[in-house]
Design a protein around this ligand. Sequence first.
Ligand code: AMP
Ligand code: MG
Length: 423
Amino acid sequence: MTSQTLERIASCVAGYDPNALPVAQAQEFIARLVPRVTAIESIALRSALGRVLARDIVSVIDVPAHDNSAMDGYALRGADLQAGADTVLRIAGTGFAGQNFSGDVPAGHCVRIMTGAVMPPGLDTVVPQEFTRTEADAVRIPANVVRSGDNRRLKGEDLARGSSALRAGRLLRPADLGLLASLGQAEVPVLRKLRVAFFSTGDELRSIGEPLDIGCVYDSNRYTIWGMLQRLGCEVIDLGVVRDDPAALRAAFSEAAASADAVITSGGVSVGEADHTKKIMAELGDVLFWRIAMRPGRPMAIGRINNAILFGLPGNPVAVMVTFYAFVRDALRTMSGMSETTQPLLRAACTTPLRKKPGRTEYQRGIVARSADGRWQVAITGSQGSGILSSMSAANALLVLHQEQGNIDAGDEIDVIPFDGLV
Ligand code: AMP
Ligand code: MG
């Protein structure tokens, strides 16, 4: 898709209308536009948490390496169990995890065994201790408490030697670190981190520490964007606030595009806005200006400046976060090389009626909680204006009212994106 202009590619999308683009169409277009990181680095296992696996990992050993006991109890030959009657076996010795029982086990004998201890040769069954009674140097096992083969973990049942343990493109989570550790792997091949540069535009913006002149606001977007990029595991390049001045904007875009895989800006993309941001974007790159059928966050620019992908987000503090979650999150995950980008949705009953116009996607800020009857329910957090960051801060989820949806009645189940998941 690199040889054609974006305008041309977009014009091939059925019903493409840059002034009323459905969220799903915009997402699809972006997914086709973004390239993936390919450079690989090898890093220590613990450093690989949150990184993207670069190659398939094949198990070089069997995990576990031996048949072993799943319980504290007595290891025996299943064939020795009496049908419908007690079985009495003499105890030949004891096996601990890490200290195997190495003697012979004569017929009619068992071995006292602990969880994780290697099964002595020939023994295939473990009866848990709590089902047994010891009698001098023997153990009595009542009828029907265990079947042949029970409570034994088989060699290679977790990971068989030569089998695929993890696939390239996986975002490495705590369980994956454990899995790699169980293979004895000290170093992990991961894709290099995605580099993302960002800056804010607007003459009214002040950075923390500067006096707040009349009509000015502190630049909050740089902090929300920074936070979201950190959570995505990107390498973050903060280029500060850029004044609405052609030379300053040109320099900022050029520096950003030269140093990063993706460039995120906020502000200056509104329709009819009297500023230079859009002009400089169009001058330096191949950029589309969209009005997306969504609320909040209608205006957005998407494009390429040299090899960097540009996301020109709206300036309003909530609009910037919602457009990030709707478009940039998945795009950056794809660019980072992750094979899995979909966000789990929850269905929750809306506690109040909501007005909703069909023909656009609306994202509302809400608090999702369990109701007394155990169902998930969601309540909006108050004023939903696109500049009201406090209602975003109070929220723990976004309500997604889809393009075709109309008004919502109290009690209707709707889709909700929770902000937090398992670590
Ligand atoms: P714009 O998209 O540039 O028209 O900005 C829309 C609104 O968002 C205006 O009220 C801006 O002052 C505000 N805004 C833009 N950028 C930021 C920012 N970085 N931090 C806080 N507010 C912003
Ligand atoms: Mg502005």
